[in-house]
Design a protein around this ligand. Structure first.
Ligand SMILES: [Zn+2]
Ligand SMILES: [Zn+2]
Length: 138
């Protein structure tokens, strides 16, 4: 098995990790850049982007590539499920138990040794539901 590189957390990465850990909005690289820039005014978007990619590769943070148009990042690396709003595009965590049975079913069906799974639900968030019901009153 491949050994994960023991990544040294530079000050930049430490700050990126701290800022990412403050939010549950699964920000894009651009949004992380806006947050980090308040503390590191001279940092560039490219640097933030590279660090996010490296940190995701090392397993320090999670990179979400499902759905959506832009990569999003998550400081919560414990297995959890996501839900994306079809209307406004925001991504939330769902507070539900990760289903272990899915791995067994997939293992049987594929003969792979299953290491895990990601699930992204999609729907209409509460804000968008309320917005819609406001505008559809005739
Ligand atoms: Zn929404
Ligand atoms: Zn998440």
């Amino acid at each position: 098995m491949e050994q994960l590189p023991n990544m040294r957390l530079t000050t930049q990465r430490q700050i990126i990790l701290e800022e990412l850990g403050k939010v549950t909005s699964h920000p894009t690289a651009n949004e992380v850049y806006d947050m980090v820039r308040k503390r590191l005014p001279r940092i560039g978007l490219g640097t933030v982007y590279r660090n996010l990619e490296l940190m995701a590769e090392s397993g320090i943070i999670l990179k979400l590539e499902v759905g959506g148009t832009q990569k999003r990042f998550d400081a919560t690396i414990d297995p959890h499920y996501h839900i994306r709003c079809n209307s406004c595009g925001k991504v939330d965590d769902i507070d539900m138990e990760v289903q272990p049975l899915i791995n067994q079913v997939a293992e049987k069906a594929s003969n792979y040794k299953i290491l895990g799974h990601h699930i992204e639900f999609h729907g209409i968030c509460q804000d968008c539901q309320e917005k819609n019901s406001d505008t559809t009153v005739n």
